[in-house]
Design a protein around this ligand. Structure first.
Ligand SMILES: *Cc1c(COP(=O)(O)O)cnc(C)c1O
Length: 495
């Protein structure tokens, strides 16, 4: 028998080097010319299925070089490019190139960041990243936490910690069935859908979510919050937490965090901030005032894969007293021998959240934080906000556009034809048709928001590639498409 095993999945040093160099060359060209490509090729699922063919699971193997080259071609030419300077849809950022290199490096070493012994340096890097993120948003670096896949998971992690802390002590053993009072949670009507999933997942049920209406500025109405808590207490419920949003998904509004913090203190409630999108703006001194009260939060969710420009996936949960995470998630099965050789600072991340085996997400975040530094991020985030304000101003000045809202880096606006109906139903249908046309057109990618019953075009700029020129150009693109869409609609309505 040969004593060296030949594994078909191994790639020789020479071949790896060759394929890798080619791939890096191709990626460099791709990033360098990304603005020359359509934002999306707008192909149907059927077209893409045809491209992949209907062949079965391969029986025999193929050379890695051929496969990587084919995959490169598929991804570069058949993807929606959220790294394009005119991509402003949803809240998805252009990915920092250093993040791509970081992911390659992380995957090559492949530490399992579930336990310190399995990932010695990676665990320490993640701990440092968490402390830096806390410092970044202006809370004490003694906050603890972990990186997760995204905003939903970051909020879920905090939600379960809040439940453990505020529900009856036996909740971990007995579940909610034995709780004598109905547990209730509070958030504004603008809160992201994760809260419903959390209520289902963690056994409270969706009826336990009290959706608090917003005031004229679209922030949670804290008077209504107070009154709702008081009514629930009278009705023998047990309020456990209030969720403040720092940058709502539709329009970027930040709740009055300070006022919510005071109410939480008064009633001994867990104060959670969903800052998945907006909380990094706290790094900009000019916007500090929006985030007053953040230091009072028991937990905060933020998404490095949004405004810190990390490639997907990277979310983060920060908890003021990290012991709450351990109380919630720690267990010590007999098959783990993770205390060996450690000291009192040994941290095993599996005890901090829902995941067990964990990838090295922290590396891409840690490297980008150092590549540009705090001041670099302050500049990038400020510029995104300025571009968003510029878009609002241009829309306001244009006779065929109506500027509707502008908060953080989200602008909403709509096309309003000079002649023709100004009826709101007509404008809503027109702008919906316009958005569909723009999304299919591939010149610019926007999403939508409904603001005061107006169907709006929505641009969220978390994009370090966008410049003033892009903003000026998209105004033109929208006007041309808007006129066409209006002509089509007014003709169909007549016909
Ligand atoms: C994006 C977002 C989420 C969801 O985050 P994912 O990373 O998409 O899971 C939750 N809350 C807010 C405020 C968000 O902006």
């Amino acid at each position: 028998m040969e004593n060296t095993r030949k594994s078909s999945i191994e790639i020789s040093k020479e071949e790896f080097r060759k394929i890798g160099h080619q791939l890096i060359d191709d990626i460099s060209d791709f990033i360098d010319s990304i603005d020359q490509k359509p934002v999306t090729p707008n192909e149907s699922p059927g077209q893409l299925q045809n491209l992949l063919g209907h062949s079965q699971l391969p029986e025999a193997g193929k050379p890695a070089a051929e496969l990587i080259s084919k995959a490169t071609e598929l991804l570069f030419n058949h993807s929606l490019l959220n790294g394009h300077p005119k991509f402003f849809g949803y809240i998805t950022s252009s990915a920092a190139p250093i993040g791509a290199l970081a992911d390659l490096l992380a995957a090559s070493v492949n530490p399992n960041v579930g336990a310190h012994i399995l990932s010695p340096i990676a665990t320490e890097i993640e701990k440092q990243t968490i402390a830096w993120l806390a410092e970044f948003i202006g809370v004490s670096p003694s906050y603890g936490g972990l990186l997760v896949s995204g905003g939903n998971m970051a909020n879920f992690t905090a939600f379960l910690a809040a439940r453990t802390a505020k529900a009856p002590k036996t909740v971990k053993e007995d579940g909610l069935g034995n709780a004598s009072k109905k547990l209730t949670v509070y958030c504004s009507t603008t809160t992201h859908t994760w809260v419903e999933k959390a209520a289902i997942l963690f056994g409270l049920g969706t009826k336990s979510v009290r959706w608090i209406q917003t005031d004229a500025s679209n922030k949670m109405d804290t008077k209504v919050l107070e009154a709702t808590i008081a009514a629930d207490l009278k009705n023998d419920c047990k309020p456990i937490m209030v969720i403040g949003t720092a940058g709502d998904v539709s329009t970027g509004v930040v709740d009055n965090l300070d006022a919510i913090a005071i109410i939480c203190q008064k009633h001994d409630l867990w104060f959670h901030i969903d800052g998945a999108y907006g909380v990094p703006a706290a790094v900009v001194p000019k916007f500090n005032y929006l985030f007053e009260g953040i230091k009072e939060a028991d937990s905060i969710a933020l998404d490095p894969h949004k405004w810190l420009y990390s490639p997907l996936e990277a979310g983060c949960t920060l908890v003021r007293n990290p012991q709450h995470l351990i109380d919630t998630f720690s267990s010590h099965p007999e098959y783990y021998n993770f205390s060996n050789g450690g000291d009192e600072t040994t941290q095993n991340f599996y005890e901090y959240g829902l995941q067990n085996s964990r990838g090295f997400r922290a590396l891409k975040v840690w490297l980008a934080l150092q590549q540009v530094g705090r001041s670099g991020y302050e500049k990038l985030i400020s510029e995104d906000i300025e571009l968003s304000q510029m878009l609002f101003d241009l829309a306001e000045k244009h006779p065929e556009l109506e500027a509707v809202s502008q908060n953080l880096s989200i602008t909403t606006f709509r096309y309003v034809p000079l002649k023709n109906s100004k009826d709101n139903n007509y404008l809503n249908a027109l702008n919906e048709a316009l958005l569909n046309e723009l999304q299919a057109g591939g010149e610019v990618f926007l999403s939508n928001a409904i603001v005061n019953e107006k169907y709006c075009l929505r641009a969220c700029i978390v994009n370090f590639r966008t410049s003033q020129k892009d903003i000026e150009e998209i105004i033109e693109i929208i006007i041309q498409s808007g006129r066409r869409a209006n002509l089509n609609r007014s003709q169909t309505e007549k016909g």
